[in-house]
Design a protein around this ligand. Structure first.
Ligand SMILES: [Zn+2]
Ligand SMILES: [Zn+2]
Length: 338
C-alpha cells in the first residue's frame, strides 16, 4: 500500500492541485467477501492514516478510495485529504448489483448513512455525497467527488453539486473493461462535464488491480466543459499519471453566459453590434447614485437620481450605443423565458 504516497509525491512535484485515484484504490476493488475481514479493513485504515500524515508536506488535494466502516456498516468511500487533514468522506451513492457486480453484498449506500459527520482517525469529519470542498485561497475552485456507478445514472450526485457551485467534479472508478465501454465512458464524461459546465476527472483501475474474472484498462480522462483535455493510454503495462490545466475562469464565465442566455428579453430592441435583444429588468447600474435600473424602460434615465445617459451598454458584448440605434422595427427576437 505504498503506491499512493509515491504517486502523491509525484503529483506534488508536478504542482498538481487535485490528485485523483481509482475507486477502492487503497484496498483494491476485487476483494469480494474479503471486504468483511478485519485484517483488510484495519490495514486500509492504517494506510489512510499514513497517507494523511504524508500529505502534510504535499500540495495537492488527494482523493483516494477506501472501504471504511461507520455506523456498523461498510461504505465504499472517497477520502478527501489535504495537508495532513481529512476534509471529508464521501460514500458511494449507487451500488451496482447487476451482471458482474455484487456491491450490495458488501457495502451500504449513502442513503443508509444516518450521521452527517463521523469520527475518523480521531477527528470529526463531514460525511455524505453532497459535500463541496471550496478553496479559500483560489476563486472558483469547488471540488465534488462521486464514485463510478454514480455517473452512470439519470441524475448523478455531481449534477446537484454543480448546481450548488462545484466546478471540479471527480470520479473514482474501478470500471472493468467490456467491449464498447471506453467510448461510452468518454461520452458519459463529456456529457456530464458539458451539462454541468464543469471539469470532469475520471480515473479507472489499471494493471495494479487484482483480477478475478474481470479485466482493467487503466482508463483516465479529464474533460472541461465537454472538451477532452487529456486521456491515459489504455492497457498500459505500467502505472500512469495524466495531468491537465483546468481553466476555472472559462468555466465560471461559461456559467455566467448560460445564466444570461436564460433571462427574459425586451422586444423591440437589439444591440447594433451583437444583435442580442437586451435583458429585461434592472441590470444597468447608475454611474451617479449606483442604484440599479432598466435603461430601456426609462429612456436611459436613472429613475432614482434623474441622471440621463447618452448610451446604453450591451451587457453581452460591451458595445455602447444611443438608445435609438438599438431600436428594431417589428416585435424583434425574444428568447423564451425559462
Ligand atoms: Zn451586444
Ligand atoms: Zn442614479
Amino acid at each position: 500500500m505504498k503506491y499512493p504516497q509515491v504517486h502523491s509525491r509525484q503529483a506534488s512535484k508536478a504542482n498538481v492541485a487535485v490528485a485523483l485515484f481509482p475507486e477502492l484504490g487503497l484496498s483494491a476493488y476485487s476483494n469480494d467477501d474479503l471486504f468483511h475481514q478485519d485484517a483488510l479493513l484495519d490495514a486500509t485504515r492504517s494506510a489512510v492514516a499514513r497517507l494523511v500524515k504524508a500529505s502534510a508536506t504535499l500540495t495537492p488535494v488527494l482523493v483516494v478510495g477506501a472501504p471504511l466502516m461507520f455506523e456498523a456498516k461498510l461504505f465504499n468511500c472517497a477520502v478527501v485529504i489535504y495537508r495532513g487533514r481529512v476534509l471529508g468522506l464521501v460514500p458511494k451513492t449507487y451500488l451496482p448489483n447487476y451482471r458482474e457486480y455484487y456491491e450490495k453484498r458488501q457495502f451500504a449506500a449513502n442513503r443508509d448513512a444516518v450521521a452527517r459527520e463521523v469520527r475518523f482517525l480521531g477527528e470529526q469529519v463531514p460525511f455524505g455525497n453532497d459535500l463541496v470542498f471550496e478553496a479559500g485561497n483560489f476563486e472558483g475552485f469547488r471540488l465534488h467527488a462521486e464514485i463510478c456507478e454514480d455517473v452512470w445514472t439519470p441524475i448523478p450526485p455531481s449534477t446537484y453539486a454543480a448546481l450548488a457551485g462545484a466546478t471540479v467534479l471527480v470520479n473514482l472508478s474501478a470500471s472493468n473493461i467490456t467491449i464498447g465501454k471506453a467510448e461510452y465512458r468518454r461520452n458519459l464524461c463529456a456529457s456530464q462535464s458539458g451539462k454541468c459546465i464543469a471539469a470532469y476527472l475520471y480515473s479507472c483501475a489499471g494493471p495494479g488491480e487484482s483480477t478475478t474474472d474481470l479485466a482493467w484498462d487503466g482508463h483516465a480522462l479529464i474533460y472541461e466543459n465537454a472538451d477532452l483535455l487529456v486521456e491515459s493510454e489504455r492497457f498500459a503495462d505500467r502505472e500512469q499519471m495524466i495531468t491537465a490545466d483546468i481553466d476555472l475562469d472559462r468555466l465560471m464565465h461559461a456559467r455566467m453566459l448560460a445564466r444570461i442566455a436564460k433571462l427574459p428579453r425586451r422586444a423591440g430592441f437589439a444591440c447594433p453590434d451583437c444583435k442580442q435583444p437586451p435583458i429585461l429588468g434592472p441590470i444597468w447600474r447608475c454611474d451617479h447614485c449606483l442604484k440599479p435600473f432598466d435603461t430601456f424602460a426609462t429612456q436611459a434615465g436613472c429613475p432614482h437620481c434623474g441622471a440621463q445617459f447618452a448610451v446604453a451598454r450591451c451587457p453581452e458584448c460591451g458595445g455602447a450605443h444611443p438608445l435609438n440605434e438599438w431600436t428594431v422595427y417589428g416585435p424583434g427576437p425574444v428568447s423564451p423565458t425559462r
